[in-house]
Design a protein around this ligand. Structure first.
Ligand SMILES: [Fe+2]
Length: 436
């Protein structure tokens, strides 16, 4: 059994190059106070500020607003972002943006806030039917026709990496499934990564965000090599989910090592600010990596897990609607997936397990999937996370619906190191029902 990633060797008909795109980023405590000046430098005179009602009340949000006032900018506030957004909430945000006519955007929040801001900027700048830009086959998958207005994204959780990616994810209500919009034009112009924003994160938000980061890095590192994907017909047709490559490998390795050192510390002690700050840096590194490689099965399956949720609520999240937080809906699939994908590149799976702090000696490559899956299950238990889909409310009778919900996520499924069909996908969901 050999590892498909030892060399990014060229193959007939496959891609021979990879591209690196990323936002300009500024990292450091207090840098949110640079927002106003940075917007002004980009020629913004009227900024639409996107956030949610909880964050609007926090000190760091006011610091950003003060900086906008100091820069002499006109600001309009949108605080109606829905956590785990839907097509309805994206449309509402887009209507706001179209009416407000800003010439730039500032988003301050988690992935839901940044993704909603991306969508509002898109539809206000390039109006179209909502499904026009949504990934096929759910939507038309029409290319975004050109650049959007300037957008500075300011993450406030230790996760998502949305500030560095051209992806916006939402629930399509009529299909009860998550899907998204993906385009390089959606990537924010800049990111301000202010580690002071993470100091007030409650336990479950921190844990779900951290598992999202972990999975971004682990999936990107084990994705199909870019050199094994069919060559694009044109240069601009190379997908953002282009597969593992030497650039993304660097970010994944560093992010996973940081998570291995600091995740348990951050979980155990909310006052351990060094651990929280390191986790935020890991989120940035993983975001840059997966924005240029793409994730695969745990995320592809998560869309169905989150979209088909019954009556499930998690403390520390808004209680007005049932939801599975994104990071939880991802990590609950991960042990089943990595047991399956390990045979494609076992050395990479063992590296991920070692970087995450798994304690193992000499093992055979045949044990790689088990070693990584067990380490993930340990971390899930330490975070008091559900031990499988059954703990979230799913049963054997839901396996067909979950599989049907994940199958349309071809952008992600095709980025896996092994091909999957309906039968395999259903089996993965079955394995994910209960780990302990
Ligand atoms: Fe994610």
């Amino acid at each position: 059994m050999s590892c498909c990633h030892h060399y990014y060797s060229l193959a007939d008909g496959c891609d021979s190059a990879f591209s690196v795109d990323m936002s300009s980023i500024t990292v450091g405590p207090g840098c949110l106070s640079e927002a106003g000046e940075r917007l002004k430098t980009r020629g913004v005179a009227r900024v639409a500020v996107f956030t949610d009602k909880r964050i609007k009340e926090l000190d760091f949000f006011q610091r950003a607003m003060d900086s906008i006032a100091r820069a002499g900018l006109d600001a309009v506030l949108y605080d109606g972002v829905q956590i785990e957004p839907t097509d309805a909430s994206f449309r509402e945000a887009a209507r706001f943006a179209a009416d407000a006519r800003p010439d730039g955007y500032l988003s301050i929040g988690g992935g839901s806030v940044m993704d909603t801001c991306k969508a509002a900027n898109l539809y206000a700048t390039h109006p179209a039917d909502f499904l026009a830009y949504v990934n096929a086959p759910v939507g038309e998958g029409r290319p975004v026709p050109g650049p959007l207005k300037a957008h500075i994204a300011c993450p406030t959780t230790c996760g998502t990496g949305s500030e560095c990616t051209g992806i916006a994810v939402f629930d399509l209500l009529e299909m009860k499934a998550k899907t998204g919009i993906a385009s390089r034009h959606l990537r924010p112009s800049e990111a301000l990564i202010d580690i002071w924003c993470t100091h007030t994160l409650p336990h479950n938000v921190l844990a779900a965000s951290a598992f999202d980061v972990l999975s971004h890095a682990a999936e990107s590192y084990t994705a199909i090599p870019y050199s094994a994907r069919l060559a694009p017909l044109t240069a601009s047709a190379r997908p953002m989910s282009q597969g593992a490559n030497p650039w993304s490998d660097m970010g994944c390795e560093r992010a996973l090592k940081i998570i291995g050192s600091y995740f348990e510390r951050a979980l155990a002690d909310p006052a351990d600010l060094e651990a929280r700050e390191q986790m935020m840096w890991a989120a940035t590194l993983a975001g840059i990596a997966f924005g240029n490689a793409g994730v695969h099965l745990p995320h592809g399956m998560s869309y169905a897990v989150a979209g088909l949720v019954g009556d499930y609520h998690v403390p520390d999240y808004p209680d007005d609607h049932a939801m599975v937080p994104h990071g939880m809906s991802v990590i609950v699939n991960a042990p089943a997936v990595f047991r399956f994908t390990a045979s494609a590149c076992p050395e990479r799976h063992l590296e991920v397990a070692r970087w995450l702090g798994a304690d193992f000696g000499e093992v055979s490559v045949a044990e790689a999937g088990e070693v990584l899956a067990e380490r993930l299950e340990q971390l899930m238990q330490k975070a008091c996370f559900p031990g499988g889909l059954a703990a979230i409310g799913y049963a054997e009778s839901d396996l067909d619906a979950l599989t049907d919900g994940a199958l349309p996520q071809q952008r992600l499924l095709c980025n896996a190191p092994l091909a999957v069909d309906r039968t395999i996908l259903k089996e993965l969901f079955r394995t994910a029902l209960s780990y302990w």
